[in-house]
Design a protein around this ligand. Structure first.
Ligand code: BYC
Length: 317
């Protein structure tokens, strides 16, 4: 019988060789807890993230835009499902995970607590929010836990379509009438800073990063990914003829990166801790959707039980 020290050595050797940790492998309890926390937070973000965009499906300006947005919001539901399934492989049930969300115990991404005020916000969310999500998720494709990594591969493919649909909306608005261009600029002004907050607190304040980097759950730090996003997005804003709302944004030749202004960390923590513009309404709508869907779950369970009974009967016969 192997003892914990030996098991931990084998676990670390797997990580060193770049192998995946799979559900049936031994893992330190803290590794399991960290992954349940992060994967479920990620799943919750996907399904709460359906709300700000879902609000615009009936108001999309054309049939084409409506069909595209509908497909995108459906994709987010799918992402939530892959991620809940990945979290369940760690020995926690879907009911427990949803309960943690509905009682406010579990976090979800701060970004979805902001309002979507105009159609241009659908452009800014796709371009910036999905753009930031891709930078984070491309890194997570190489995360050390197999089921999380495999979910990310599929999600990333869909996210790049999401990002392009957002950028396409921004291109149309930025090349439109002065009023349309002003709408696009206003959306960029409101979404820029909250998007930078998606990457989490700065490295010096990130309590989970040391363990997560050691265990190869995260391959890059919050600040490294945020910098990557800024460096990529500046040229995209210039192409649109829009101005990023940061007067300190400046190319630094020596560093080979853009320098940027300080994030309002007080706002970040307020939103994370439940005091953002829409935290209350997002949870309320989610709980109501869950309660209204009870009959679907009951019907699906009754059907599954009936089918299992019938199959058991035919086996006996
Ligand atoms: N919002 O130690 P740290 C999408 C929390 S959805 C809220 O750095 P970590 C989409 C953090 O949980 C994609 N909370 O943490 C969907 C921790 O609290 P606890 C969303 C945040 O985990 C629909 C504490 O602050 N993507 O694309 O090492 C429509 C300290 O932070 C946030 C993901 O979920 C935040 N922004 O790093 C459109 C990515 N930041 O739990 C689009 C998966 C930090 O210790 N998650 N906190 O109490 C991750 O990659 C990592 O969890 C983070 C944070 C980089 C976010």
């Amino acid at each position: 019988m192997e003892n914990t020290v030996q098991l931990e050595e084998q676990f670390n050797a797997k990580l060193d060789k770049g192998e995946f940790i799979e559900p049936k492998d031994w893992m330190p309890e803290k590794y399991r807890k960290t992954l349940i926390r992060q994967i479920s937070q990620h799943a919750h973000s996907e399904i709460i993230g359906m709300q700000p965009e879902g609000n615009w499906i009936t108001r999309a300006p054309s049939l084409r835009r409506k069909a595209v947005l509908l497909a995108k919001v459906q994709d987010e539901a799918g992402h939530g499902l892959y991620l809940y399934s990945a979290a369940e492989t760690m020995g926690i049930s879907r009911d427990e995970l949803l309960d943690q969300l509905h009682t406010g115990k579990a976090k979800y991404s701060s970004i979805f607590n902001y309002q979507t005020l105009t159609w241009a916000d659908m452009g800014a969310v796709g371009w910036l929010v999905d753009g930031a999500a891709i930078i984070n998720q491309v890194m997570l494709q190489r995360t050390s836990y197999g089921p999380y990594s495999r979910a990310m591969v599929r999600i990333c493919k869909e996210e790049s379509f999401h990002q392009r649909q957002g950028y396409e909306i921004m291109c149309a608005l930025a090349a439109g009438t002065p009023e349309q261009k002003a709408m696009a600029q206003d959306a960029l002004n409101r979404w820029w800073w909250p998007t930078l907050m998606m990457f989490g607190p700065k490295d010096s304040e990130s309590k989970n990063s040391t363990d997560s980097i050691r265990w190869k759950i995260k391959r890059e730090t919050n600040d490294e990914l945020r910098q990557k996003f800024i460096d990529r997005t500046v040229a995209q804003a210039e192409h649109l003829g829009l101005v990023i709302p940061d007067p300190e944004l400046k190319w630094n030749e020596e560093r080979g990166h853009y320098d940027s202004g300080e994030i309002n960390w007080e706002e970040f923590w307020n939103v994370v801790e439940g005091r953002g513009p829409c935290n209350h309404i997002r949870l309320k709508v989610r709980v109501a959707a869950h309660e209204n869907g009870a009959w679907v779950r009951e019907a699906a369970n009754a059907y599954a039980a009936k089918k299992a009974k019938r199959e058991a009967g035919s086996l006996v016969a």
